[in-house]
Design a protein. Structure first.
Length: 205
């Protein structure tokens, strides 16, 4: 059984957000993190919330867990993966913001400012928009390289949030399926990063 841990960005994802739509479709196979600092995020609180959601998924019988993160949630996911290095966990990282970029909400999330992208412990995929105000193409490519994950551009859709009008975001679901199935996404930009993964449990990513 595959379970999904939903990791939204600041203030969570509203009902129209693709994360919320996917969560409803997955039912008991999905667990959303529940930090106490949604509005003014504290890294330690968010990392602990990822751990708690992962543990709930495992307790429900999940053999594999996929972290489905958006925006600042990508950094919470990466920080937890780096600290714990769990087995059987993959990460779908959509629209990760550049902590050193001019649009990053530094005043609201100061504990995230000093983070840097380091190699992740399992298969991962960075999904980026070409006109994301929180992380342009070079920034998202640098993050993907640091995390040693393939990067996939999905065109110009802003921050890949509710304002982007993605609805159920079928293109994102297809990219997620490639991650869960252990296949390299078509069109993935792996320049500066690792080769695409070879199997669902990792291999060479």
């Amino acid at each position: 059984m595959v379970a999904y841990v939903i990791i939204p960005g600041i203030d969570g994802s509203d009902d129209g957000h693709w994360q919320s739509r996917w969560e409803r479709a997955w039912g008991d196979s999905a667990v959303r993190i529940a930090p106490g600092s949604w509005t003014r995020p504290e890294l330690a609180d968010w990392v602990d919330a990822v751990r708690a959601a992962h543990d709930i998924a495992v307790a429900r019988g999940a053999g594999r867990v996929v972290l489905v993160a958006h925006s600042l949630g990508c950094w919470a996911a990466a920080a937890w993966l780096e600290r714990v290095r769990p087995a059987g966990v993959s990460a779908f990282l959509a629209a990760p913001p550049d902590p050193r970029g001019p649009a990053f909400p530094a005043a609201r999330a100061p504990t995230f400012l000093d983070l840097s992208a380091r190699p992740l412990s399992g298969p991962a995929l960075v999904v980026a928009s070409d006109d994301d105000p929180y992380g342009d193409a070079p920034a998202s490519a640098a993050l993907a390289s640091g995390w040693q994950a393939p990067r996939r551009s999905v065109g110009a859709h802003g921050h890949l949030n509710s304002a982007s009008g993605l609805g159920d975001w079928p293109a994102g679901r297809e990219l997620l399926r490639t991650l869960v199935g252990g296949r390299a996404p078509r069109g993935a930009d792996t320049s500066g990063g690792p080769a695409p993964w070879e199997g669902p449990t990792g291999g060479s990513r």
